[in-house]
Design a binder for this molecule. Structure first.
Ligand code: ADP
Ligand code: GLC
Length: 485
C-alpha cells in the first residue's frame, strides 16, 4: 500500500487557530479513502488528551535534548495522527505565542517537530512513498531530509512535497539559529535558507522540496508576482514547473447543514427553511432583537482572524456607512486589537444592527454559517479560504474579493458576489448588489441553490494530491534506476 507521512503544526480535532487545522484534520482521511496509508505528525499541545502511547525516544536538536513520547490517535478511514509530546516545548498556553508575541524558541519547537516525525519513521523502519510537509512550521522536514538523512537506509532520497497555506508566514529567524538546529552555515546562502540576512524555514522548504503545492490555482499564479509573492516570487517563478495549485476541500461531514449538531433545525438544498431558526438563535446569541423587522433584514456575517489579510482595513474605512445599510451584521473573530475595538465600538453604538463576538468559538461558527444570509470575505489575499466554502454549502451567499481561492470558488452573480479592486468603494458596490438581489426571493433562492450544489468535497482535492504523489514517485523511481549500476 502506498504511504504518506504528513507533518504540520495544527489539525482538528486536536488543535486549531485557522484553516490549516481544517485541512490537516481532513486530508489524511481523504487520502486513506483512496487507498493510501496516511500518518499525520503534529505536536501534542496543552490540553490534548487523545491517543495511546506507541513509542518514546530521545530527540536532540543542537544542544537541546528531550524524551519525546508519541501518541497515536485514529482518524477516519484508517488514517492516523501521531502527537509528539515534548512538554517543555508544547505544553504552553497557546500554539505559537502569547499576547501577540511569538515564543522565542519557535525555531527549536518546530525543528523538533520535523526531527521527531523523521526519527519516528526511521525507528519504524518503513519507508513512506512520500513525505508531505505543510507551512513553515514543517519547513525543516525537506531541509533535514537533504542535509541530515541523505544516506539514511529508510529516509535517504525520499521525495518531499511542501504545501504553502500562507506565504505571509515565513518562519524567519536570526541566522545564529542554524548551528543550534544542526544546520551548517552553508545554508545561509540566497539559494538555500537566507532571506535578508536571516534564515527562513519557508525558503528552505521551497528550495529543498521536490514539489511545491499551494491551496488554490489562482494563488499559485499570484505568489509568482511581486505583489503577492512576499519576496519569494523570484524563487517561486524559478520553480514554476514544480509548483501546482490544488484547491482545498471541506469536511462535508463536519460542515453539513443537514447533520450539524450546532443548528436548532437541520436543513438542506431541498428546503432552507431551517436557516430562519438558525437566524433567530444567532441574533439571540448576539443579544440582538429578533422581531419581524430584524428577521426580514439581511444578516451579513464574518468569521475571521482579525488581521490585514482579511480586509479589515477596508471595513474600517466603511465604518460610518455600514450602519446605514439595510442590513444587520454579526462578527466573530480575534486578532489585532484595533480591529477588535472597531467592531466592539460599532456594536456598542448600534446594538440593534451590529453584533461583535471577540473570541474563538467553533460551535458559534457553525451557527453563524447557517443563520447568516450573506458572508463577507473582502480579503487582500486569500490562499484558499474555507469559510466561503462553508457558506456556499450552508446557503449563505458569499461576498468576496476576486483573489486566490475566493476567485476559484465563488462565481459572481451565480452563487455569490465578487469584486476586484481592493477599495472601500468596490466592496460597497458588491454589498449593494447583494442587498438588492436579496429583495428578489426567487433569484436569491437560485443563488443559494447554486452554491449548495457545488462539489466542495475533499475527494476531488485528494485525488489531485494522489496524482501528484504518483507522478513524483514515478520520477524518483526513474531517477533511481538510472543511477543503479
Ligand atoms: P485562515 O486559515 O486564513 O484563518 P480560512 O478561511 O482558511 O482562513 O480558515 C479559517 C478557519 O478558522 C475556518 O474553519 C473558520 O471557521 C475558523 N475560524 C476563524 N476564526 C474563528 C473564530 N473566531 N471562531 C471560530 N472559528 C474560527
Ligand atoms: C491559510 C490561508 C487560508 C487557507 C488555509 C488552509 O491559513 O490563509 O486561505 O484556506 O491556510 O489552506
Amino acid at each position: 500500500m502506498p504511504s504518506v507521512l504528513l507533518v504540520g503544526s495544527e489539525a482538528t480535532p486536536f488543535a486549531k487557530t485557522g484553516g490549516l487545522a481544517d485541512v490537516l484534520g481532513a486530508l489524511p482521511s481523504a487520502l486513506a479513502r483512496l487507498g493510501w496509508d496516511a500518518t499525520l505528525v503534529l505536536p501534542r499541545y496543552r490540553g490534548v488528551q487523545a491517543g495511546t502511547l506507541i513509542d518514546r525516544c530521545t530527540i536532540s536538536v543542537g544542544a537541546f535534548s528531550a524524551d519525546a513520547r508519541f501518541f497515536e490517535a485514529p482518524l477516519r478511514h484508517g488514517a492516523r495522527a501521531v502527537l509528539v509530546d515534548v512538554p517543555e516545548l508544547y505544553d504552553r498556553d497557546d500554539l505559537y505565542g502569547t499576547g501577540g508575541v511569538d515564543y522565542p524558541d519557535n525555531p527549536r519547537r518546530f525543528a523538533v517537530l520535523a526531527r521527531a516525525a523523521l526519527e519516528l519513521t526511521a525507528r519504524r523502519g518503513i519507508r513512506p512513498s512520500i513525505v508531505h510537509a505543510h507551512d513553515w512550521q514543517a519547513g525543516l522536514v525537506p531541509v533535514y531530509l537533504k542535509a541530515l538523512y541523505d544516506g539514511h537506509p529508510v529516509l535517504g532520497g525520499l521525495a518531499s512535497v511542501f504545501t504553502i497555506h500562507n506565504l505571509a508566514y515565513q518562519g524567519l529567524f536570526e541566522a545564529d539559529w542554524l548551528p543550534r538546529l544542526d544546520l551548517s552555515w552553508d545554508l545561509l546562502s540566497v539559494d538555500r535558507m537566507e532571506f535578508w540576512g536571516k534564515v527562513s524555514f519557508l525558503k528552505g522548504a521551497l528550495n529543498d522540496a521536490a514539489m511545491i503545492t499551494t491551496v488554490s490555482k489562482t494563488y499559485a499564479v499570484e505568489i509568482q508576482t511581486s505583489e503577492l509573492g512576499f519576496g519569494f516570487d523570484g524563487i517561486l517563478r524559478r520553480r514554476a514547473e514544480d509548483l501546482v495549485g490544488i484547491l482545498n476541500g471541506i469536511d462535508t461531514l463536519e460542515w453539513d447543514p443537514a447533520r450539524d449538531p450546532f443548528l436548532p433545525t437541520p436543513y438542506s438544498v431541498r428546503s432552507v427553511e431551517g436557516k430562519q431558526a438558525a437566524k433567530v438563535e444567532l441574533l439571540r446569541r448576539y443579544g440582538m432583537p429578533t422581531d419581524d423587522g430584524v428577521l426580514k433584514r439581511p444578516l451579513i456575517a464574518m468569521i475571521s482572524r482579525m488581521v490585514d489579510q482579511k480586509g479589515f482595513d477596508l471595513i474600517a474605512a466603511l465604518a460610518g456607512e455600514l450602519p446605514l445599510l439595510e442590513a444587520s451584521f454579526t462578527v466573530l473573530g480575534t486578532g489585532e486589537p484595533r480591529y477588535q475595538d472597531l467592531w466592539q465600538s460599532l456594536a456598542a453604538a448600534y446594538p440593534d444592527r451590529i453584533g461583535a463576538h471577540i473570541g474563538f468559538d467553533e460551535p458559534l461558527a457553525h451557527l453563524v454559517e447557517a443563520g447568516a444570509d450573506m458572508f463577507l470575505m473582502p480579503s487582500r489575499f486569500e490562499p484558499c479560504g474555507l469559510n466561503q466554502m462553508y457558506s456556499l454549502r450552508y446557503g449563505t451567499v458569499p461576498i468576496v474579493r476576486a483573489v486566490g481561492g475566493l476567485a476559484d470558488t465563488v462565481h459572481d452573480d451565480i452563487d455569490g458576489f465578487v469584486f476586484r479592486d481592493y477599495t472601500p468603494a468596490a466592496l460597497l458596490e458588491a454589498m449593494g448588489r447583494a442587498l438588492e438581489r436579496f429583495t428578489d426571493r426567487r433569484k436569491w433562492r437560485a443563488m443559494q441553490t447554486a452554491g449548495m450544489k457545488q462539489d466542495l468535497s475533499w475527494d476531488r482535492s485528494a485525488r489531485e494530491y494522489v496524482r501528484m504523489y504518483k507522478r513524483l514517485e514515478g520520477q524518483r523511481a526513474k531517477g533511481r534506476s538510472r543511477l543503479d549500476p
